[in-house]
Every structure is written in structure tokens, then in C-alpha cells.
Design a protein around this ligand. Structure first.
Ligand code: ADP
Ligand code: 5GP
Length: 202
């Protein structure tokens, strides 16, 4: 069987990286889609681990070459998902996890909806998000303000997602994410269902 896609979206600072890392030992074999971005690396971030950090020009060459399954401008920078490694992981039957924004979710759903399960993660309130972004202290205040403004828009897309995870405690949110990841694996595409019926009848 081909693999499946789990899209995790939510405002910057919602806890996406924290929850994926925390749940990682409990969700079986998966491939985390490493995005490409033109934003500057934060302290501690590594090229090829957190993101592929590229220049504007390199990113636009990738667009022209058709390398991206989806890409979007988020907070003034390009972010995109490379198609090839995703297809390879799907062919290997893996669960592919995306940490992408709500625009990316729409595009992936439009192209590969058959394979997609999605979850939106958010802290319980906007003020808690603000607190966590300042506490993370990886971004300048002006960048944080921009992310908070963006979060107020992103939350409006909540109803486009299959599940919502309220990240109050890491423990509870990770448990919910683990359940969703396991359900996502069980999702079958229309093509797989047709194949199953063909084999089942013989
Ligand atoms: P994202 O990947 O969505 O941008 P992070 O995983 O970097 O978010 O989390 C943002 C900040 O909030 C980090 O400093 C992280 O340690 C903290 N954090 C995440 N989840 C919680 C939680 N449940 N309670 C308190 N702080 C949290
Ligand atoms: P950050 O700069 O905090 O790492 O990420 C900013 C936002 O960009 C987050 O909402 C994150 O989910 C989103 N993002 C990261 N990679 C991609 C991607 O490949 N495509 C899209 N559309 N959004 C992404």
C-alpha cells in the first residue's frame, strides 16, 4: 500500500516542532518533509535538518524547475515542499508529515487530497501564543508581532482541517497527535480501494 500524508499546521509558536519531536517515538516509521525556505536560520537550526536554507534566486529556480509540490510566501519569505522525496516516501509506504502553513495545506489537499489527513494546532488562547513566542526568544519583537498578526488570520482556516489539537500541555497534545498520526496511516486512496476490490474479487 502507498503511504499517507499528515499535514500539521498552526501559527508559528503553536508547538508543531515540540509536539512532533515529543510524539516521534510513538508514531512508527515516518518521513518528516524538510521544507526549503529563504528565511534566515535561527540559532541552533541546521541546513538539511530543520530546513534547506536557500537564497531567493535558488528558490525561484526551484519553482521554475517544478521542484515543489507546494510553496507559499509566509511572513515575507518563501517556504516550499519538495515533491520528489515526498513521492519516494509515499512509495515506500511511509507516513509523510508536513509542518506547513494553511496556504500549503490548501494546495496539498487540492493535489493529493486522497492521501491527506490534517490537524491544526494552537495554544489555548492568543495571549498564550504571544507568551510562548516571546519566551522562545528566537525572533526579534517586530518578527513576533508579524507572526501574531498572521496567527489571527490563520485561525480563521480552522474549519478546513480534520482535527484540532489544543496545545495546553505537551503531554496531552502529543497523545492527541499520536492518535491522529495512527489514524492518518489507515487512510486509503481511491486508487488503493479500487485495487483492493479487484484483488478481493479474485
Ligand atoms: P512551532 O514549531 O509551532 O513554531 P515550537 O514547537 O517552536 O512551535 O513551540 C514554541 C515555543 O513554545 C517553544 O519555546 C516551546 O518550547 C514552547 N511550547 C510548546 N508547547 C508548549 C506547551 N504545551 N506549554 C508551554 N510551552 C510550550
Ligand atoms: P517558521 O519560520 O516559524 O519555521 O515557519 C513559519 C511558517 O511557515 C509556519 O506556519 C510553518 O508551518 C510554515 N511552513 C514551513 N514550511 C513550509 C512549507 O514548505 N510550505 C508552506 N506552505 N508553509 C511552510
Amino acid at each position: 500500500m502507498r503511504g499517507a500524508i499528515l499535514v500539521l499546521s498552526g501559527p508559528s509558536g503553536a508547538g508543531k516542532s515540540t509536539i512532533i519531536n515529543h510524539a516521534s517515538p510513538n508514531i512508527g516509521d515516518y518521513y518528516f518533509s524538510i521544507s526549503t525556505t529563504t528565511r534566515e536560520p535561527r540559532e541552533g537550526e541546521e541546513h538539511g535538518v530543520d530546513y534547506y536554507f536557500v537564497t531567493h534566486m535558488e528558490f525561484e529556480e526551484g519553482i521554475k524547475a517544478g521542484d515543489f509540490l507546494e510553496y507559499a510566501t509566509v511572513h515575507g519569505n518563501y517556504y516550499g515542499t519538495s515533491l520528489k522525496p515526498v513521492n519516494n516516501a509515499l512509495d515506500e509506504g511511509k507516513l509523510v508529515i508536513f509542518d506547513i502553513d494553511v496556504q500549503g495545506h490548501r494546495l496539498v489537499r487540492a493535489k493529493m487530497g486522497d492521501y491527506v489527513t490534517s490537524a491544526f494546532i494552537t495554544p489555548p488562547t492568543l495571549s498564550e501564543l504571544e507568551k510562548r513566542l516571546y519566551a522562545r526568544s528566537t525572533d526579534e519583537n517586530s518578527v513576533i508581532e508579524r507572526r501574531i498578526d498572521n496567527a489571527k488570520e490563520e485561525i480563521k482556516a480552522l474549519n478546513e482541517f480534520d482535527f484540532i489539537i489544543i496545545n495546553d500541555t505537551v503531554e496531552e497534545a502529543s497523545k492527541q497527535f499520536t492518535m491522529i498520526a495512527n489514524v492518518a496511516r489507515l487512510k486509503q486512496s481511491a486508487e488503493e480501494l479500487e485495487n483492493f476490490i479487484l484483488h478481493w474479487e479474485n
